[in-house]
Design a protein around this ligand. Sequence first.
Ligand SMILES: C[S@@+](CC[C@H](N)C(=O)[O-])C[C@H]1O[C@@H](n2cnc3c(N)ncnc32)[C@H](O)[C@@H]1O
Length: 301
Amino acid sequence: MNERVFRHIKERQPVGEEKRLLDRAARLEVVRTCLLSSIEAAYYLGWRDVVNPEGKPKTVLYSHMGPDIVTPLLATDATEIIGVDPTVWNDDEIEGVNNLSWRDHQMPQSFIELRRNKGFYAAPDNRQRALMVCNELVRLGAAPEDVCAARMNEDGVEIVFSYGGKKRRIVYYEESWDFFQKDRDIPFDIFYQKASMGSNALDDPNGDTGRHYILSHLRSEGYVMQSSGRVPMLYDNVVERHAWARSFVRTAGASGLEAVRAPLACNRLIQRMRARDGFDASVWSSVLYGTYLKVAQKKSA
Ligand SMILES: C[S@@+](CC[C@H](N)C(=O)[O-])C[C@H]1O[C@@H](n2cnc3c(N)ncnc32)[C@H](O)[C@@H]1O
């Protein structure tokens, strides 16, 4: 797309479903507190209307979760998130998240901007992760007295809070591939993975363990939602798009999953993200990596 096309997209007035999503997004606390742009938030709401339109209780397995609490909430309305990420929590961090007592710490501006405009966090170190988790919860509108963080057992950390009138629970497993190799039986409704730094739990280096676990524990009619895992800027547009498409087709094709077509409004919102001032529009991967989701559904046998 050239400059003229981008200008046209930027100046195009949103109508129909795209407008409805943007209006809904503008009323969200996370947009009013500038954690996410209204375009990103509207995009996730568009997918939520596909994967959980009735707001039923859902368990989401989020691989490579980092501190990202908001996007799976917007995209799925999850009541439980099982986070898989090898970053280890120490006691100070857990205590800092408890009652949000770390919320006055300063977050680097570059992190805030990346999150708002590209939808993901740079890989954080430990202290920053606790800070970002507090930041997410504060800007979601969680009340400090409702936020409870504790070490669950040797496996991981549990955070409980309320959002949108519902109790939510996150369990962080401080693991990567090992999560899928242990003898666990945790079923879930949605597999979610984004900005995963070049790796992919569905295509893991230890063979098919991750893929096998994910596809066998994903409930029937459940969804896989996945952004490109390729690190932005290392690949040009065409290589990046093709590699991602191939990887997704391999996943969806071989395993009883069926690709779900993105709502038109979501595609229009992606165009709007790319056309935005300051976005490096020539680099597709910066949208693919941070936000753009490919979705497939597990069909009953
Ligand atoms: C760029 S951050 C993205 C975080 C989050 N998904 C987002 O969209 O904001 C990538 C995260 O992947 C985690 N990670 C790296 N290698 C991993 C692996 N093998 N398994 C699970 N998580 C991993 C890092 O610790 C980091 O939190």
